[in-house]
Ligand binder design. Sequence first.
Ligand code: SAH
Ligand code: SF4
Ligand code: F3S
Length: 471
Amino acid sequence: MHMPNLKDAKIRTNKKVETKLASNLKSEKFKNKKYFIKTYGCQMNVHDSEEIKGIVENLGFSETINLEESDLVILNTCAIRENAHDKVFGFLGRVKHLKKDKSELIVCVGGCMPEQESVSNLLKEKYPFVNIVFGTHNINDLGKMILESSNKQNIEVYSVEGDIYEGMEYKRDSKYSAWVNIMYGCDKFCTYCIVPYTRGKQRSRKIEDILKEVQELKDKGYEEITLLGQNVNAYGKDLESDYGFAKLLEETAQIGISRIRFVTSHPWDFTDEMIDIIAKYDNIMPYIHLPLQSGSTNILRLMGRRYTKEEYINLYNKIKNRIPGVSITTDIIVGFPNETDEDFNETLEVVDKCKFDGAFTFIYSPREGTPAAKIKDNIDLKIKEERLQKLNEKINNYSLEHNKEYLGKKVKVLVIGASEKGEGKMCGYTETMKLVNISGAEKDLGKIIEVEITEAKSFSLDGNKVIKINN
Ligand code: SAH
Ligand code: SF4
Ligand code: F3S
């Protein structure tokens, strides 16, 4: 058993990462038993949960969305901000209650939180009803851990980077749009961020394995894939081959799947070649998530982001000029230690210059073990909240402005499911990643259809399916 240790995780190991075959353990032991899974955090975790679902379904479990009727509970956790922690511990309170009446219930906590030593210690000391604790590097062992589970708590969390597994039997949430991991971990070490510690150093998958997966998805009828990594632009930098992200994008595009997306792009690694490839292929979607984090060069330096305000704006303009109709969204943190009013105003200024299509905005949350956590968190919560509100107002206005540009236009939408609006409406995304609620598309699930936009709001569009009359 290895206990996680943030100090260990910081040591850059020269361990050679190997590519191995996933275990895909099959069993009938849990036939007729049900599992409940709750996923917190980013797309990486969402996709890891698809792997976890594959693993437990191979053991015989079937999924339930009703916690009370489950025999196995899995929480796939996120450590990015304090409120993510609070949610998980809140939910564990409910699970503890359930376990009082159902002693045979198997409870698993995995993902990014247990990679923090303080969390796995807490689970060990205060949450003995949790049977299994696993990390981000040993998801592949979960099947074995569940098969061997007992009343004794089993904590297996590794702080050193895991090998890359191929051939996983994912249970994908969608039949139309699929996640494809191109890399694991992150080498950027932004000073506020816990991810390099919870996910380890960057490990890129081999290009042939990625292309094989994309081809298989296309053959299965998937219309869309999203290439996934904490910093996709750095793809391949840890491999011996010369392949970088631009080449990977190009070869993926040539497979001919209808829509290719990718998240997340780090401005520092974005090259002209990548911009050209995105512009060149119609099936690479004109949508880029390009986290800014702050508009102040001083704060960016403290954050370890490796670009200045001007460099970001230049890159932004270059992308806008070379990729027609591109939409760009961002992430911004307010209240980083020592952020002055002037620093914050510079962030607002960049937002005014870039007029983002949308943004995820966050209040800075100190993460234990990161360099920024050593700097005093000296901005008043009230000021942080005021800044967040001011920023959000601006962002929402620009989102609405962009969305209004779509009024009366006909756009291509991939229909992904029923709309939350009800009324028989469906929903889907434009090429530029705008959510559209669509009337008249009940029979079009999984298809790319043409939609005429009739209404624009800050966070979504409304539209009608365009009916083509052949004569
Ligand atoms: N790899 C991606 C996403 C990382 S996590 C990237 O580099 O952009 C998603 C977002 O969470 C980050 O972009 C950042 O805006 C935010 N975030 C990360 N750590 C944070 C912290 N300690 N406090 C507040 N927000 C944080
Ligand atoms: Fe975190 Fe920075 Fe890596 Fe993104 S690039 S995951 S913000 S360390
Ligand atoms: Fe959270 Fe881990 Fe993603 S910390 S944001 S789930 S990489």
